[in-house]
Design a protein around this ligand. Structure first.
Ligand code: PMP
Length: 455
């Protein structure tokens, strides 16, 4: 075996050779990257030996926590038996088939089939193509336009970055591609003005109807949204929002695509986010919690409505990935889901740790710099505010979020900041005392922000 390089060597090698995702590399190389070496339960350890409570589950994905030996063993067994075979040549592998069945058993009653990918972004590209193919097969080839939302996130591929509503991504590379339109997000705190959250939820949902009218119903293929916008800042929609969206999609005969990449696999206290909000998607991309991030795997849940057309009218769908349904990733995902079932993690989020987390998170609203602290299940969004009474926001939202996030980091807590919102998304196995630790450390970071008096 090669000798392990020292920390400073590894950092230098990283700076010389490794381009990181979503990173300003000049800035990162000057600062030096943190090297994460080990993890167990909720805690990760870096190469200096410092331990952090990871209240973000890696990147919204390690739902069963770190260090699950049975997942490693399932992958090892599968790798010895059959490390790879594809699903192209009229073939499958036992884990891919069993995983499709298992995932379907937990989704809504009309979602019975899965198309596998390696990531959420590939899942986005897959449903995007499928939606257009579906309408074409039904004799409506002009139904190609897709409506998405500002500040949504659906991945980094060309279709993913186009469907996402991130301006900074669009500016890099002439996006969005043709045929994609964005309506406003249900972000009441920032954009609700004088309306109540319930009124605002309805108003924003009805922008979908207006956009459909503008484009022409016979040209619109689908609408896509995350149940709760994740990367956009854990934007939790008012309760009036989703039922109205579902009503409009049905009335206007456009496909409803619910992006379950973050919300799927228990995060909201149901197996899927669409179940929490009581809506039935026609297509639903999944990833992350499907394998708890132990190996890369994603997919698209396909409703009976779409599957029947794909099977009976389309013939061959010219789409697929070398690693669609990769047997080792599928074996890891199956074991991950077995753990979620056996430990009752979805119910635990709904009935036990979710409510405990909700009360603790909400208590932060008494802090002077917090405008609003909302959560569903184990997904929390905390709005920083310069003036609570008027919902006035800080002038430099990014700096404020970074300040709070870095204070948490120095004190051994990993949370994410998106602008002036703090985001939490811990493993579904988080204990009550670990929740207390999150709140205590975050509170101190909020004190630090108040003391800085940056308002
Ligand atoms: N959809 C949503 C809602 C996501 O949050 C993400 C990733 N954060 C993606 C899609 C893309 O997934 P991936 O990074 O696995 O390509």
């Amino acid at each position: 075996m090669n000798e392990k390089p020292s920390i400073s060597n590894l950092a230098a090698i990283d700076a010389a050779h490794h381009i990181h995702p979503f990173s300003d590399m000049a800035e990162l190389n000057a600062r030096g990257t943190r090297i994460i070496e080990r993890a167990e339960g909720l805690f990760i350890t870096d190469s200096t030996g410092k331990k952090y409570l990871d209240a973000f589950a890696g990147l919204w994905c390690v739902n069963v926590g770190y260090g699950r030996k049975s997942i490693a063993e399932a992958a090892y067994r599968q790798m010895q038996e059959l490390p790879y075979y594809n699903a192209f040549f009229g073939t499958t592998t036992p884990p891919a088939t069993l995983l499709a069945q298992k995932v379907a058993s937990h989704a809504g009653p009309n979602l019975n089939r899965v198309f596998f990918t390696n990531s959420g972004s590939e899942a986005t590209d897959t449903w995007f193509r499928m939606a257009r193919v579906y309408w074409k097969a039904l004799g409506k080839p002009q139904k190609t336009q897709v409506i998405a939302r500002k500040n949504g996130y659906h991945g980094s591929t060309v279709a993913g970055a186009s469907l996402g509503g991130m301006k900074l991504m669009h500016e890099q590379g002439n996006l969005p591609i043709d045929g994609i339109h964005h309506i406003n997000q249900p972000y009441w705190y920032a954009e609700g003005e004088h309306l109540s959250p319930a009124e605002f939820g309805l108003k924003i949902a009805r922008e979908l109807e207006t956009k459909i009218d503008e484009l022409g119903e016979d040209r619109v293929a689908a609408f896509v949204a995350e149940p709760i916008q994740g990367a956009g800042g854990v934007i939790i929609p008012p309760d009036t929002y989703w039922p109205e969206i579902a009503r409009i999609c049905k009335a206007r005969n456009i496909l409803l695509v619910v992006d379950e990449v973050i919300c799927g696999f228990g995060r909201l206290g149901e197996w899927f986010g669409h179940q929490h909000y009581g809506v039935e998607p026609d297509l639903a991309p999944i990833a992350k919690g499907l394998s708890s991030g132990y190996l890369p795997i994603g997919g698209v849940l396909v409703s009976d409505r779409v599957a029947e057309v794909m099977m009976n009218e389309v013939g061959e769908f010219y789409h697929g990935f070398t690693y669609s349904g990769h047997p080792v990733a599928a074996a890891a995902a199956l074991e991950n889901i077995r753990i979620i079932e056996e430990e009752g993690l979805v119910e635990r989020v709904r009935d036990d740790i979710g409510p405990y987390f909700a009360a603790a998170w909400k208590s932060l609203e008494s802090h002077e710099v917090v405008g609003e602290a909302q959560s569903v299940g184990l997904m929390g969004g905390l709005q920083l505010a310069a003036d609570k009474a008027t919902r006035r926001r800080y002038e430099k939202p990014d700096d404020i979020g970074t300040l709070v996030r870095n204070h948490c980091l120095e004190n051994g807590l990993i949370l994410r900041a998106t602008g002036d919102r703090m985001l939490a998304s811990p493993a579904l196995t988080i204990s009550r005392s670990e929740v207390d630790q999150v709140i205590e450390t975050l509170s101190k970071a909020l004190d630090h922000l108040r003391e800085k008096g940056l308002g």
